[in-house]
Design a protein around this ligand. Sequence first.
Ligand SMILES: NC(=[NH2+])NCCC[C@H](N)C(=O)O
Length: 418
Amino acid sequence: MSTNRLTLNVQSEIGKLEAVMLHYPGPEVENMTPKNAQRALYNDILNLAIAQKEYAQLKGVLEKYSRVYEVSDLLEKVVEIPRQRAILLQKICSAEKVQDYFEYLMELSSHQLARVLIEGLPMQVKTLTDFLKEEYYALQPLYNFYFTRDTSVVIGNRSLVCKMANAVRMRESFIMDAIFNSGLFFNTQVSNMYDLSHNNDPVTIEGGDVLVAREDVLLVGSGARTTPQAIDLLIRELCGEKSCRKHVIVQQLPEAPESFIHLDMVFTFLDSNTAMVYKPLIINSNPYKTVHIQIENGRVIKISQTNNIPTALKKLGMEIEPVICGGKADDWDQEREQWHSGANFLAIAPGKVLSYARNINTLEELNKKGFEIVPAEDVINGKIDLERVGKCVVTLDGSELPRGGGGPRCMTMPLRRG
Ligand SMILES: NC(=[NH2+])NCCC[C@H](N)C(=O)O
C-alpha cells in the first residue's frame, strides 16, 4: 500500500485548494446523436476539440496552485489489481445488465479497460435481438464525467459516494467508489449512498447539491437530483454523536429548467463573507422553501423554515454579502447568465475564484465589488501570479463546456483544502 497517500480534508468551500480531482473530457463527450443527447443529460452536442481547449484552461490554472488528480489515471491503477477490477466490473455488469461482457472486460489491458469504461463499449451484435436494438453501446459513454463534482463529495475527511438520479451517470460513482476504497491514493473514510440506501429508489443525491459552508454547517439543495429522503439519510450518516456538524440548511429547487439541477447553479461561495447568488431563487420571495435542521449529539432537535440561505447563515454567524448573477439591472441578463452557469463559481482560495468569461454582466458586478478580472491564459503563461493579486476572478473560455450543463464548480471535486 502506498505510503504517500493524501489525507482528504474539506471543511469549507473557499479554503486554499490543495488537491482536486478532474477529468479531461474525451471522445465520450461526442459519442452521442441528437436522438440521445437528452438522455445523456446534455442541452446540445459539444464540439470536443473546442471543449478540450477550454478545459485545458481550467486544468492549467488549477495545476499551478493545487495538486491535480486525473480520474482516468487513478481508474487505470485501480483496475490493475485483479480483485479490485473484478469487484468493479461485477458491480457495473450487474447494474447495467451486461453480464455477458464480464469475461471480455476482465481480459482487457488496464489502459483499454479504463478507456472503455469511460468512452463506452460498442455492442457486439450476436443475435437478431441485438441487431434490431436501436442501441449502439452495451456500456454507454460517461458523457458527464467531466463534471467530477457530482459523483462524490469530500466532507471533512469523509468521501461520500453519491447515488445518482439518472442511470446514465451511475457508473461514474461506481468508479469513484473503487478509487476511494482501493486505499491506493487517499486516507479517507468512505460512505457509499448506494449501500446506505438499501436500494431505496427515492434516495438520490449529487455533489452539486452539497456545499460545505463551515465545519459545522452544510448547505444542501433538494430538487431534481437530491431528494429529502437522501438528505435525511445523509444527516444520519454524517451527523452522528461524535460529529461536529450541527446545522444542515436545505434549499428547495425548481425541477425545471435543467439549469436549476443543483444548488451550485444558484448559489456558490466566493469568499468568507461573499457569495454569488441567482437572485430570483435565493433572495426574492418565491415558493421554494429554505429549511434549517439543527442537530445535537447526533439527533435532529429542530426543523424550521427560514427566509433564505443568507438569513439562515447570518443566524449562524456567517454574514454573507450576495453578488447578483447577471447583474442587478436586468432580469433577462440574470436568467441568461444563470443558464450558462453564471452562478457556478469555484474558489481556489478565499476571494480567488474561477468562472466563465462569457457571463459579462456577472463579471462586471464582481468587478464593482473589487474583484480583478484575470484571463486564464495570463495565469497559465505566468504573466499574472495569483499569489500576488488580491480578490480576483480568473476567466475561462466557455462556449462549449457550459452546453454540457455546468461550470467551474461542477467540473472540479476538491479533495483537500487548507
Ligand atoms: N454540479 C453541477 N451543477 N453539475 C452539472 C452537471 C450537468 C450534467 N449534464 C448533468 O445533468 O448531470
